[in-house]
Design a protein around this ligand. Structure first.
Ligand code: FAD
Length: 450
C-alpha cells in the first residue's frame, strides 16, 4: 500500500478529545466540560447526532423497564430530552407509556420511547455543547493517531485544509465503529464467529398517513400478522412489488406530521469500512425506498396518500467493532439482570438482533433489568482511552441490547465524567475512583439502583 505524507496545517491541544458526536459522543463532551475539562469534540459531519440525525432514526428506545413501570435512564438523558421537549421537538417518555403510534404500535419494550425531531436534536445538542464550553470541530475525519506504549498522544484528522492534529490527555472513542481504537491497533471484534453482522438499513420519513385509520386498525387487530400487514408484504414480495426488507410494517410517528419508516434493509452484508461497498448499499437502499413507497400506497390503506419527505443522509449501520475493554459485557449479564459494582446505568432493552428476513429478538423477562459497568468503557490495552456507545466492550448479543440510543447517551455521560477525572488527576482511566464517578452521575440525576 502506498503511503502519502501530508503536512500538518493546524494543531490543537486539550484535556479530553471526543471523536464522534453521535448519541454517545456529544453527552461525553458536555459532561467532561461541565466537570472542568478543556474539551474538543471532533466530528466528520457538519452537525451532531450521528445515527440519531444523519441516520434519521427519530425515536429513542425506552428508558423504562420492559413493562413501562420504572424509569431507569435519567440523568443527562432526561435533561437533553427536556430541552428538546421545550422546543416542541420531542415527546417525553411519560407520555408514551402505552401501546401507540410513537412506539410503532408495538408492545413490550416500546413503552416510554421518545420520538424527536431531527433538526431539534441537532440544535439542542449543539447549544448544550457550546453552553458547556465544548469546542466543536466539524468536518474533521479522524484518520490516524500517534501513541506510546501505554497512551495515545495525538489524533489526526483529514480536512479540506489538509491534516489537523489534536493532542489530548484523554481520548474518548465515540465514533460508533471505534476508528481510533482500530488505528491504534487495539483488539476488537465484529459480528459473530462467522463474521455475520446485522443488516444495514436506510430510514426514511413520510407524510400523509391517515392516522385515524391506522389507529383504528391497530385498536381492532391484535393478531400479529394482520396487525403489521405481514400477509400483504408476503403477497407483494411474490409479485415483486416489495423489495427485500423487513417483513412487518414498521412505522413510528414523529412529534410532527411526519412518520419515521424503518423497513428498508440490505440483506447482503455491507462492509461499512469500504467506500465502494457502502456506496452500493446507499444506492440500493434509495432504490428500495422508492419501491417501498409504492407498496405502502397500494397495500396499506392508511398510507394511500403518503409522500416521501426524505431519506437518511447516511445508511444506518447497526453493528461495528466492539473494543476489548477491562470487562466484556456478556449476554448472560443481560439475561440474568446482573448488577455490577461499578454500574454506570440501568436498562432493560431486549437483545434485538436483526437478520435477513427476521429479527432474533430475545426478550428480557418482565422483571429483568440489567446494568452496564464502567469497566466496559475502559479500553484494556491503553491508559488514556475510553469508548462510549455501540463500540463498548461487549459480547455481540449484549451489544445488541445496549446499542439503542438511551443507553448510548448514558454511556457517553459516564465516559465524559470519568475522562475529566482521569485528565485532572493524570491517572489511567481504569484507576478512576468509581465512587467519585457515581457521585457525579447521581448529581446529574442518574438512577443507579434503589
Ligand atoms: C437502522 C437502525 C435503526 C435503529 N433504530 C433505533 C431505534 O429505533 N431506537 C434507538 O434507540 N436506537 C436505534 N438504533 C441504534 C442506535 O441508533 C445506534 O446504535 C446509536 O445511535 C449509536 O450511537 P453511537 O454514538 O455509538 O454511534 P453513532 O451514532 O454512529 O455516532 C458516531 C459518530 O462518529 C462520527 N464518526 C464516525 N467516523 C468518524 C471519523 N473517522 N472521524 C470523525 N467522526 C467520525 C459519526 O459521524 C457519528 O456522528 C438503530 C440503528 C440503526 C442503524
Amino acid at each position: 500500500m502506498k503511503h502519502i505524507l501530508l503536512n500538518i496545517t493546524k494543531s490543537y491541544e486539550c484535556d479530553v478529545l471526543v471523536i464522534g458526536g453521535g448519541t454517545a459522543g456529544f453527552p461525553a463532551a458536555i459532561n467532561a466540560a461541565r466537570n472542568g475539562a478543556n474539551v474538543i469534540l471532533a466530528e466528520k459531519n457538519g452537525y451532531l447526532g450521528g445515527t440519531a440525525t444523519a441516520g434519521l432514526i427519530g425515536t429513542f428506545m425506552t428508558c423504562y423497564d420492559a413493562k413501562g413501570e420504572k424509569r431507569l435512564i435519567n440523568g443527562f438523558y432526561a435533561e437533553f430530552v427536556n430541552e428538546m421537549v421545550k422546543k416542541s421537538g420531542a415527546i417525553p417518555p411519560e407520555k408514551t407509556l402505552t401501546v401507540g403510534k410513537y412506539g410503532g404500535y408495538r408492545f413490550k419494550g416500546h413503552f416510554g420511547v421518545v420520538p424527536y425531531e431531527i433538526e431539534v436534536f441537532k440544535t439542542v445538542s449543539e447549544k448544550m455543547c457550546l453552553d458547556s464550553g465544548v469546542k466543536l470541530l466539524y468536518h474533521m475525519l479522524f484518520v490516524h493517531c500517534e501513541k506510546t506504549d501505554s497512551k495515545i498522544t495525538k489524533a489526526y484528522f483529514a480536512t479540506n485544509n489538509g491534516i489537523y492534529e489534536i493532542s489530548a490527555k484523554v481520548f474518548i472513542d465515540a465514533s460508533g465503529d471505534a476508528y481510533l481504537c482500530d488505528k491504534a491497533g487495539f483488539k476488537s471484534e465484529i459480528g459473530d464467529e462467522n463474521g455475520e453482522k446485522q443488516p444495514a438499513s436506510t430510514f426514511f420519513t413520510i407524510k400523509g398517513v391517515d392516522e385515524e385509520m391506522l389507529d383504528t386498525h391497530m385498536e381492532n387487530t391484535t393478531e400479529m400478522r394482520s396487525r403489521f400487514f405481514m400477509d400483504e408484504i408476503k403477497k407483494a414480495q411474490e409479485t415483486g412489488e416489495y423489495p427485500c426488507g423487513t417483513l412487518k410494517l414498521r412505522i413510528f410517528k414523529s412529534p410532527s406530521e411526519k412518520w419515521y419508516v424503518n423497513m428498508g434493509q440490505e440483506d447482503e452484508p455491507v462492509n461499512q469500512f469500504d467506500a465502494e461497498d457502502v456506496t452500493n448499499a446507499e444506492i440500493s437502499q434509495r432504490k428500495q425506498i422508492n419501491v417501498m413507497i409504492d407498496f405502502l400506497r397500494k397495500y396499506i390503506p392508511a398510507c394511500r396518500n403518503i409522500e416521501l419527505v426524505e431519506t437518511a443522509a447516511e445508511i444506518g449501520i447497526r453493528e461495528g467493532r466492539r473494543v476489548l475493554g477491562e470487562y466484556t459485557l456478556k449476554k448472560d449479564d443481560i439475561l440474568s439482570g446482573r448488577v455490577f459494582e461499578d454500574t454506570i446505568c440501568y436498562c432493560a432493552n431486549s437483545i434485538d438482533i436483526h437478520k435477513k428476513n427476521n429479527i432474533k429478538y430475545v426478550p428480557t423477562k418482565d422483571d429483568v433489568i440489567y446494568t452496564i459497568p464502567y469497566r466496559s468503557l475502559v479500553v484494556k490495552e491503553c491508559d488514556n482511552v475510553l469508548v462510549a456507545g455501540r463500540c463498548l466492550s461487549a459480547e455481540r448479543e449484549a451489544m445488541a441490547a445496549v446499542r439503542v440510543m438511551s443507553p448510548c447517551v448514558a454511556m457517553g455521560e459516564a465516559a465524559g465524567i470519568a475522562a475529566s477525572i482521569a485528565a485532572r488527576k493524570n491517572i489511567p482511566a481504569r484507576d478512576v475512583n468509581y465512587n467519585e464517578l457515581k457521585e457525579k452521575l447521581l448529581n446529574n440525576g442518574a438512577y443507579l439502583g434503589d
